[in-house]
Design a protein around this ligand. Structure first.
Ligand code: BES
Ligand code: MN
Ligand code: ZN
Length: 495
């Protein structure tokens, strides 16, 4: 898909489909304008019959028999005074869904000047692109579905939009990679296959790659991570990718939970716990590798970025973890595993110790960690835990810019009593109440406390059961754009 800004006047544009954003206040002007462009004297009636008033989420498609355009999709943007960039993104995806089965060259005519033009151009372009991604890898019939070839943003200053548009491809390819990794089932995306994906990234974008096998992890004393992997016939792979700029002013580590399948272990996922969905338990690692894909191409000038995934499966066999086992993490802390289904935090524990040893300026982990977070915040908002106000603000701003929901949650120290063990230093599971908070407090035990650290629980946001905004049903790729925005801003600040 090729995206460009064109400075044409709207009446000079030709193509298959035109998506027009309509503000409530300007609806009459728009009708009059298009009446002359498409020579349709009944346009007023069509708008009236459809009760199209330009309200948010309203849409009206009009097929055109003769003319330079075959179809116009009007999408409501609401009132000008309430208009946010998120509304442009949403409207662009509503419009795009009307186009999908149609075709080819799409024009977008939005009130660009209500915003900083390059941000508006970026948001709309990424929306079109991300809405129209289809994952056909596992279909036997490869019949090409119609795709949009060309998108033109009409009436934009070409120079102003240029830089924004140049970043669309790396970022959207990062999101696409993340979605594909999450969608891939556990018989395809195994821990070693995830490592292969990292290998491809390293080769394509000149990143350094270290993959620690089981033996090397044993040598490092990663007893918590390895305990989870024990119950699987597939060996664990500890993945460490690194992007190095020429000058290093900032060093950050991104960690993603990488359970290619989570059966729960002997605390097997039964009943409503949706074991069949647990291919997405590597959603954190997908976001992190998606970010690596984008960063590898964007090449920030002064920020070194490490991407870490302790990949494995949580399965059951004769040597699997027993509920009640005591294991030792690489920082020496002992953990009583009172629930084998709280496995993500065990793998993250050793990843956080490893990350701390790199002495970065910040660590951020993303994980499909707790069902409790889904209950608390739903599918559109991820939970953010950090004791560092500055990091919290930075990440919230980065997520806001991406239109990805995030909400800071408390790290209440007194809840630590929930993960106290009578026999070991810690137990891996606290009471049901406040389950996402005790999970975050557990992770904190493995981070060097002098390093700013944030944990993002994406259990709800990494997957959607229906088409939502810029995401088709399925894997969302949540987090990639937040992480990339954050890194870009850090990089800019230290320039
Ligand atoms: N991967 C799950 C969390 C999860 C649940 C993600 C639902 C997405 C949807 C995690 O490993 C898990 O099983 N957590 C347990 C923790 C509990 C045993 C303390 C949970 O949330 O039930
Ligand atoms: Mn689990
Ligand atoms: Zn899990």
């Amino acid at each position: 898909m090729q995206i460009s800004a064109v400075s044409n006047r709207i009446n000079e544009w030709s193509g298959s489909v035109l998506i027009v954003g309509v503000l409530e206040e300007t609806i009459d002007n728009q009708i009059n304008l298009f009446k002359t462009i498409i020579k349709d004297t009944y346009l007023n009636q069509r708008f009236n019959e459809a009760k199209f008033k330009g309200k948010k989420n309203q849409k009206l498609s009009i097929e055109i028999i003769e003319g330079k355009v075959q179809k116009i999709v009007f999408v409501g943007l609401g009132k000008a005074e309430d208009l946010l960039i998120d509304d442009l993104r949403k409207a662009a995806s509503i419009g795009t869904r009307q186009v999908l089965s149609f075709e080819r060259k799409v024009g977008i005519f939005f009130p660009w000047d209500a915003f900083d033009m390059s941000s508006a151009a970026f948001a709309v372009s990424e929306a079109v692109r991300l809405t129209s991604i289809k994952d056909l890898r596992f279909k036997s019939e490869t019949k090409e579905s119609t795709q949009i070839d060309k998108v033109e943003l009409i009436g934009l200053d070409v120079k102003v939009a240029e830089l924004a548009i140049s970043e669309i491809n790396p970022i959207c390819e990062g999101v696409k990679l993340a979605r594909e990794l999450v969608s891939a089932p556990p018989n395809f995306l195994t821990p070693s296959e995830l490592a292969n994906e990292a290998k491809k990234l390293a080769a394509d974008y000149d990143l350094d790659l270290k993959i620690l096998d089981k033996k090397e992890c044993e040598k490092k004393g990663m007893g918590a991570y390895l305990a989870v992997a024990k119950g699987s016939d597939l060996d664990p792979n500890f993945i460490h990718l690194k992007y190095s700029p020429k000058i290093v002013k900032n060093k950050i580590v991104l960690i993603g939970k990488g359970l290619t399948f989570d059966s729960g272990g002997y605390n097997l996922k039964v009943g409503a716990s949706q074991i069949e969905k647990m291919k997405y338990d590597m959603g954190g690692s997908a976001s992190v590798l998606g970010a690596a894909r984008a960063i590898g191409e964007l090449k920030p000038s002064n920020t070194e970025v490490h991407f870490i995934v302790a990949a494995c499966e949580n399965m059951i066999n004769g040597s699997a973890l027993h509920p009640g086992d005591i294991v030792k993490a690489s920082n020496g802390k002992t953990i009583e595993v009172n629930n084998t289904d709280a496995e993500g935090r065990l793998t993250l524990a050793d990843a956080l110790v490893y990350a701390s040893e790199l002495q970065p300026n910040a660590i951020v982990d993303l994980a499909t960690l707790t069902g409790a977070c889904v209950i608390a915040l739903g599918e559109e908002i991820a939970g953010l835990w950090t004791e560092n106000d500055q990091l919290s603000e930075q990440l919230a701003r980065a997520a806001g810019k991406a239109g990805e929901g995030i909400w800071r949650m408390p790290m209440r120290d007194s809840y630590k009593s929930g993960i106290k063990s009578s026999i070991a230093d810690l137990q891996n599971t606290g009471p049901r109440a406040g389950g996402s908070i005790t999970a975050a407090l557990f992770l904190k035990e493995f981070v060097n406390s002098s390093i700013p650290w944030a944990h993002i629980d994406i259990a709800g946001t990494c997957w959607t059961e229906k088409d939502r905004d810029i995401t088709p049903k399925g894997a969302t790729g949540y987090g990639v754009r937040t992480l990339v925005n954050w890194i870009k801003e850090l990089n800019l600040k230290s320039n």
